[in-house]
Design a protein around this ligand. Sequence first.
Ligand SMILES: [Zn+2]
Length: 214
Amino acid sequence: MADWAEYARVMNNSAGVVAADGATGTPEKSFCSECGRAFSREEMIQYGNSWVCAGCKPIFVQKLKEGMTVSGAMEYAGFWLRFGAKVIDWIIVGAVNMILSFAAGLIMFPALSSPNSLAAVILPFILQLFQIAIAAAYTTWFLGKYAATPGKMACGIKVVTGDGDKVSYLRAFGRYFAEMISAIILCIGYIMAAFDEQKRALHDRICDTRVIRK
Ligand SMILES: [Zn+2]
């Protein structure tokens, strides 16, 4: 019965924090999420919002390996969820680029049909760069502002740093180009997410990001 009371106290405090017993200088204590007993934080390991005592650490680690999700810990989004999000983003960016390319084509047409062969070589190249810029801006802006592109929002997933923080615009921008590497190597960089214990794609490893469920 004493254990149950302890457990109730743990459940009422998602962070598992116990106020130090009045006395100043007392080390901050937390409840072990396994056995429910209070320990000084120095004797414990933290995982997400959960604290685990040294005695319970082996059993806790074993549970993690078996796929237990810890409250407050990050729940990594799986390969197919990420793939679905990617398809939605491809369709959106593809549609935008198609419209812009069509408009650009109309503008460029006189130049392309002129005998000036230099324009015929350079203009498609510029258009290509323009399309990359659109895709980079789309990814950077949505990830930096909302932590998720529309595709990821639709799939209920988002991109965070390895510590679970919001990604900056700069990191989101860098991640876009790191993702190109994942794509260039026959998409092996994407497929890596299916085999990583934290479901990281190559670009997640490069940029220290994780894709998690909201
Ligand atoms: Zn314990």
